[in-house]
Design a protein around this ligand. Sequence first.
Ligand code: FAD
Length: 492
Amino acid sequence: MFFRLLLPFLFLGLSIASSSAVCLTLSKLLPGQVSFPNSTIYDNAVASYFFVQERLTPNCMVRPDSARDVAVVIKQVETTDGAILSVRGGGHSANVGFANSNTGITLDLRSLNHISVNGEGNVTSVGGGALWSEVYEYLDERGLAVLGGRVGTVGVGGLLTGGGLSVFSPRLGFASNNVANMEVVLASGDIVNANATSNADLFAALKAGQNNLGVVTRFDLLSFKQGLYWGGGIVYAESAVSAQLAAFAEFKTPANFDPDAEIEQSFLYYKAKELRISSNNMFYSKPIVNVSSLRRFAQIQPQISNTMRISNSSDFSKEMSEAQPANLLGVWATTTFKSSLAGLQDVYRLWNSSVTELSSVDGLVSSLTFQAVPPVTGEDGSVDTFGLAPGTHPEKDLVICLIANWWSDTTDSARMLNGTKEFIAAVEKNTEAKGAKVPFTYLNYAASWQDPIQSIGEEQVKFVKKVAAKYDPNGVFQTKVPGGFKITRVSS
Ligand SMILES: Cc1cc2nc3c(=O)[nH]c(=O)nc-3n(C[C@H](O)[C@H](O)[C@H](O)COP(=O)(O)OP(=O)(O)OC[C@H]3O[C@@H](n4cnc5c(N)ncnc54)[C@H](O)[C@@H]3O)c2cc1C
């Protein structure tokens, strides 16, 4: 009994000692790339995580310059009993321990942010640690675009969990369906390419695989010519809520589907100002102002601010980044349902009471967001890793619901996590009762307690498990890289 109680502490001790030893070895093998606590480089790396709760303090931070350097790190971790590794891309995840830890080595991919384009302009190569803002800046200068995130401070690592709901998603699908090739460092330290013809099973599994299969050091993205387009955000006073919900329900009516129109409708509460507002971030992928599918949103009153304009992806992604609360604790969670006006009104009502219940929490900022599910493209013949069957049209009537909550004091963390969980449970109970619940949990927005990989369907889970076992037979990414949604923990 005594020994059993002691086991976790022994394991923690082993992990710290082993990880420390790996850190020392790596500092010799990769000079200048390893930083330790109490150094400026290390402190800056910790502080650069988007959410405060993810600013953990590992034994060392390693910032590789190349895929080869990543392979050196993986090889050391693989061969050292008890060593623990975290993989950090853009560092935007709110899930604690997904991209950092207090007891291990953190592989910080941020220096792998090199971007280049091929001669034809149809494939853009992006380092595995780049931010979308860096990608857009490079492409805008060349009149090109790719599918990616809207928020510029998010990393391209999200391509391994759906990849962001891009401005171009209503036409072209999830951003991860528009990847042509990935360069991957496997658990063995081997560096391979995964695409439709080479390691095709790995390629398909990676699109929902997060860090279960390897570390992606380069994404080759399908790029296309793109000029300026219409977009921006409108913020409305609280009295606009019912008009907002009605406009969104109408936008989501299948007959009104417009493949160039994209919208993110949010309802927001700011405790500091006792403010309840709503907003629409809207885009039309052409330089046409006030198109019919989005005109209704532009007409809703009363408006507090309106930044709709013709511009480019870097400008829009900067605006979206600046709107995000920073340097706070946070949690997000998601669910998906079939759209109807009554359903949207119910979800809004549930969010409103959840906010009222949590409104004594210091620094509370809460946002409820509705977005469309992109179409299932599968044009490259790849396996649909999201469990959305080919031939179906989720883009026409399904809504992804995202709740994001921010607060300032750790003493409120348990309450905030419970409140967020309860909100999602209440929404799912409601959509289930209405026959509107959809068994799809968008990985990119899933909270650590949710099971998004399970939601991609039994066959897909079996497939990803099989691929993980093939490319990582010793389960390095399952046991030594504990952060993230682990495929071996999903029942099938
Ligand atoms: C309000 C809000 C807005 C958001 N906006 C966007 C958006 O615009 N676009 C978008 O895509 N997402 C968005 N997200 C979702 C979110 O940021 C993603 O979940 C995404 O995973 C973050 O990517 P990152 O590289 O910054 O992640 P990190 O926090 O660095 O990592 C997340 C996970 O991915 C793994 N990982 C990261 N990079 C790699 C890699 N190269 N190889 C292997 N594993 C890797 C990490 O190990 C970790 O487990 C948003 C979420 C919220 C709440």
